[in-house]
Design a protein around this ligand. Structure first.
Ligand SMILES: Cc1cc2nc3c(=O)[nH]c(=O)nc-3n(C[C@H](O)[C@H](O)[C@H](O)COP(=O)(O)OP(=O)(O)OC[C@H]3O[C@@H](n4cnc5c(N)ncnc54)[C@H](O)[C@@H]3O)c2cc1C
Length: 388
């Protein structure tokens, strides 16, 4: 029996665990993190490394440790070259951010509470939670935190679905589970998407296949420093948001606040430079269909078409609530409240019902537009820990 089981060992699960441990709310031997991977933060590392992201979009005060200046202090103490922080928001390099995470996770001894597994059910039994894993393991706890994300829910445009299953080597989503061998792609390559992921991938591919990379986007570039206004990090926007009792209205505000499909200024200028050097081509157009013939794929847009050999989808994630396939039963049994959008209605302490906490997308209607990112993880961890 554990005091706490955290389901999901990504940035969110690790942040919640680090706050619980460092704030003395649980001892390491009373905490368990369940995740299917060998190591913490697997998805984060895989996805960010794959797209060649050099710097995070978020500032240096967003990380997994309790002290907001922990990463900055770490950078000055350990990163001798001082090259790890960029620009006026001191955005950390991916290397520095990951190194700092490793440092914190080692400090709290996270490996001691790591339990490899895939949760298939949570039930209430004699006043405690019983968690069952796919391999048959059963674990019990007083408290549960659901720290699962939408990162497994890849958004594949309708026109690409059949093609992707027919040609898995030539057509893939950048965040597919299986590894992507960038060095053995067959050019020309089309990158589909106009946001920050598409920008990173296009820049990475341009150095490997100069003149043979086409970025296809359906909207004009949208330049924003962050993925939502920094006002959403604190009372400036959150006070009025919390006064709003309509969850439909909250959902509308979240959608409106997210700078979906946007990219930072420096990536925009990099793309423009590469375009002027003819290393990449940028096409404005919405792909409506695609077909393969003679080892070539034709992408049809409304007023044009192009032929490529490889398609790389940088089309994001499906925003529906994660985990419903196994959480559905629990939701029914305990009559857990959800808004019209299907997302949990939770308390200020992020409790869906007593002793069942959420963070990440599942906490969106309470935490607001930042819920899914690193600041959202800190926000969730703070709220949970300060309610205990
Ligand atoms: C390329 C990229 C760049 C980003 N850059 C930034 C940035 O600069 N700044 C920022 O703030 N945010 C950024 N984000 C957004 C956000 O911070 C990340 O998506 C973050 O990693 C989400 O963490 P998570 O823990 O919620 O999800 P994940 O990392 O996906 O972790 C969830 C874990 O839960 C596990 N899990 C799911 N279901 C179960 C189950 N049933 N049983 C057991 N385990 C389960 C999963 O396998 C996974 O390991 C970025 C996102 C991406 C994709």
């Amino acid at each position: 029996m554990y005091d706490w089981i955290v389901i999901g060992g990504g940035i969110h699960g690790c942040t919640v665990a680090s706050f619980l441990l460092k704030k003395g709310k649980v001892r390491i031997e009373r905490l368990c993190i369940i995740d299917p991977h060998d190591e913490p933060m697997y998805q984060w590392k895989k996805n960010t490394e794959r797209i060649g992201m050099e710097y995070l979009r978020s500032p240096s005060v967003h990380h997994i440790d309790v002290d907001p200046f922990s990463l900055q202090k770490y950078a000055h103490q350990y990163n001798q070259k001082g090259t790890g922080l960029y620009g006026k928001y001191k955005r950390p390099s991916l290397d520095l951010f990951n190194e700092h995470c490793e440092f914190i996770l080692k400090e709290v001894n996270i490996h001691q509470c790591w339990h490899k597994g895939w949760v298939i059910s949570v039930e209430k039994e004699h006043g405690f939670w019983k968690v069952r894993n796919k391999n048959g393991d059963e674990l019990r706890a007083q408290n549960i935190v659901l720290s699962i994300s939408i990162n497994n829910q890849l958004n594949i445009p309708d026109w690409a679905k059949q093609l992707k299953s027919d040609l898995p080597i030539e057509v893939f989503h950048i965040f597919d589970e299986s590894p992507v061998r960038f060095s053995s792609l067959q050019p020309p390559i089309a990158v589909i998407g106009g946001g920050i992921t598409a920008a990173h991938v296009t820049i990475k591919l341009s150095s490997m296949y100069p003149g043979n990379v086409v970025l296809i986007k359906r909207n004009p570039f949208r330049i924003e420093d962050f993925d939502s206004d920094p006002g959403w990090l604190g009372p400036k926007n959150l006070t009025s948001y919390h006064k709003n009792k309509s969850y439909e209205e909250r959902r509308r505000l979240i959608q409106e606040a997210r700078n979906k499909g946007s990219l930072t200024k420096e990536l925009f200028y990099k793309l423009k430079r590469l375009e002027s050097e003819k290393k990449i081509t940028i096409i404005d157009g919405e792909v409506i269909s695609a077909f393969a013939k003679n080892n070539e794929i034709t992408l049809k847009m409304i007023d044009k078409e192009i032929d490529v050999h490889t398609i790389l989808l940088a089309t994001g994630f499906i925003p529906s609530p994660p985990g419903l396939n196994w959480l559905g039963k629990l939701m029914k049994e305990l009559d857990l409240p959800c808004a019209q959008c299907g997302y949990p209605i939770i308390s200020k302490a992020l409790e869906w019902c007593p002793h069942l906490y959420v963070s990440g997308p599942l906490a969106e209607l309470e935490v607001g537009p930042i819920a899914r990112n690193i600041s959202g993880a800190r926000h969730a961890a703070e709220r949970i820990v300060s309610s205990l």
